[in-house]
Design a protein around this ligand. Structure first.
Ligand code: GDP
Length: 527
């Protein structure tokens, strides 16, 4: 076995959607296809009604929101597929953005009744920024949804991507009869089934075949013929390089809950989705075919087992072979670490692995060594790029409610920041700490976890900041002047980088025009 052959077998992708579009259901059906689970209901439901595999944290169950990103692997037709699930809830969007740094492609699920929703737009923006290849699944065709042409128009306009329908629906809701595979010229007739894996395909090479009206009725046969002609005139043909470059999104219709349209999606996915790709570091590009192991941490998950204070750092392997009980070099800390029980997540099971390959994600038990973005190598001093922190949207001041637990609070907030749950800015003047997040709910999660895991109680006091900008250090004089005149808005992030917390968009604009030689960055990754 070598990295190249192993890499070629692997597909690592993220599954994203606005909440409720059917992401969990689709994941579950994929696992059924791969034989990784036997029954439906094994994958966590966001409602929290059942216990399920990515239901790691107590708080998830309580709130019924998927706070964490979980990893699930399965094999299908000789391919090792790694799914990185992401929280759909907007308050945890940063977690999703970071997970997108660890995937090679994405499947986006859209509800045919609701069309493009708020989170769909935001997530696609991140995919486009990174040129991630996207396949779209338009779900819930068993419901009275919108006209497929209308949906495609909305998707193309609002998501700013060219779509390429691979299947076409026959009817919708109560008249939904199946999908026509535009490239295989085969018809798949719908029968509502929650257990059946595959459906029978009927080959219809010519849409004028007299079998067609017998199968789906005269009127649907007529509309299918018209629609297929329209589709071939109006939409791009599938083009693999364009898909791989992130310009063209192959699109499928179906109903995840009824197992419909999934096989078409999965078969296309394994034939076109990219295998693990090369990745940039600050100094050079790392090819997945290289022999030495490299990887980076994109997520840290605390308290898998609420009785222990374990943390799991999720490492995406970029090159070489990762081996258990082998010393690897932690480039930020400049120290060697070995891992006695690296874990992979195969559907409902966690297992200790002996080795893992490019594209795989291993969970490393961690006693506080890792931060998001850390790089592991066999000794080379590398730092993978591409895991930025975005400016938070809500800022509050952290107030300690129990002076006897100050140390616990300090440690707790530092560790939660390392996990990426929040960003913490410390004022140069006065030492107050400002916690910045994307959604209100994160404050509740932080409060809950600080109390439960560290015994520290705190409250949050609203502060009127509207954005954080990272400042460049090149013009020392200007920086000094700026800092002196904006004392109440200058803080450090946890890496000790200088940050300007603007009170309003107008203030930021003013600052930029008064100090033209200073650079204000919207993300922390400006190195
Ligand atoms: P998520 O929030 O994106 O993970 O969505 P879920 O997979 O939990 O699905 C949300 C709801 O939509 C659940 O009640 C599902 O049973 C339902 N659902 C999922 N797929 C379909 C489908 O194809 N048709 C219909 N009618 N409902 C579906």
């Amino acid at each position: 076995m070598n990295p190249t052959t192993e890499k070629n077998k692997r597909k690592t992708f993220g599954i994203i959607s606005h909440p409720d579009a059917g992401k969990t259901t689709l994941t579950e059906k994929f696992l059924l296809f791969g034989g990784a689970v036997q029954t439906a209901g094994t994958v966590k439901r966001n409602r929290g009604a059942r216990t399920a595999l990515s239901d790691f944290m107590e708080i998830e169950k309580q709130r019924g929101i998927s706070v964490s990103t979980s990893v699930m692997g399965f094999t299908y037709k000789g391919c090792q597929i790694n799914i990185l699930d992401t929280p759909g809830h907007k308050d945890f969007a940063e977690d999703t953005y970071r997970t997108l740094t660890a995937v090679d492609s994405v499947i986006l699920v859209i509800d045919c009744v609701k069309g493009v929703e708020e989170q769909t737009e935001k997530l696609m923006k991140v995919c486009r920024l990174r040129s991630i290849p996207v396949i779209i699944f338009v779900n819930k065709f068993d419901r009275e949804g919108r006209n497929p042409f209308e949906l495609l128009e909305e998707i193309e306009q609002r998501l700013d991507i060219t779509t390429c329908p691979m299947t076409w629906p026959i009817g919708i809701g109560s008249t939904f009869k199946g999908v026509y595979h535009l490239y295989n010229s085969s018809l798949n007739i719908y029968s509502a089934s929650k257990t059946k894996k595959a459906d029978d395909y009927i080959e219809i090479k010519d849409l004028n075949d007299p079998k067609l009206p017998k199968l789906i009725g005269e009127s649907l046969a007529n509309s299918l013929r018209d629609e297929v002609e329209l589709v071939s005139n109006e939409f791009e043909k599938f083009d693999e390089p364009l898909y791989q470059a992130g310009y063209l999104a192959p699109l499928f219709f179906g109903s995840a809950i009824n197992n419909f349209g999934i096989q078409e999606l999965l078969d296309t996915f394994i034939s076109v989705a990219p295998s693990p790709q090369a990745r940039e570091t600050l100094t050079r590009t790392v090819s997945p075919n290289e022999e030495p192991f490299t990887g980076f941490i994109f997520k840290i998950h605390a308290n898998l087992d609420p009785r222990h204070r374990d943390r799991i750092a999720f490492c995406r392997i970029c090159s070489g072979k990762f081996k258990r009980n082998t010393f690897y070099y932690h480039t930020r800390r400049e120290k060697r670490l070995k891992f006695s029980s690296p874990t992979t997540f195969m559907a409902s099971e966690k297992t200790v692995v002996e080795e893992a390959w490019p594209g795989d994600v291993v969970g490393l038990y961690d006693a506080g060594n890792f931060k998001i973005g850390d790089t592991l190598t066999e000794g080379e001093n590398l730092q993978f790029k591409g895991i930025p922190s975005f400016s938070p949207e809500i800022f509050k001041e952290l107030e300690n409610m129990d002076p006897l637990k100050t140390k616990q609070l300090d440690k707790g907030i530092e560790q939660l920041a390392d996990e990426g749950l929040a960003q913490v800015f410390t004022f140069t003047l006065g030492r107050q700490r400002i916690v910045g997040v994307v959604g209100e709910l994160q404050f509740e999660v932080i409060k809950f976890r600080l109390l439960q895991e560290y015994g520290a109680s705190c409250t949050f006091r609203a502060r009127e900041f509207s954005s954080a900008s990272w400042l460049s250090m090149e013009d020392d004089d200007a920086l000094k002047q700026f800092s002196a005149s904006h004392r109440h808005n200058i803080a450090h992030d946890k890496e000790n980088r200088l940050v300007f917390l603007a009170n309003s968009a107008w203030d930021l604009q003013q600052a930029k025009s008064k100090f033209p030689t200073l650079k204000f960055y919207e993300t922390s990754e400006y190195r």
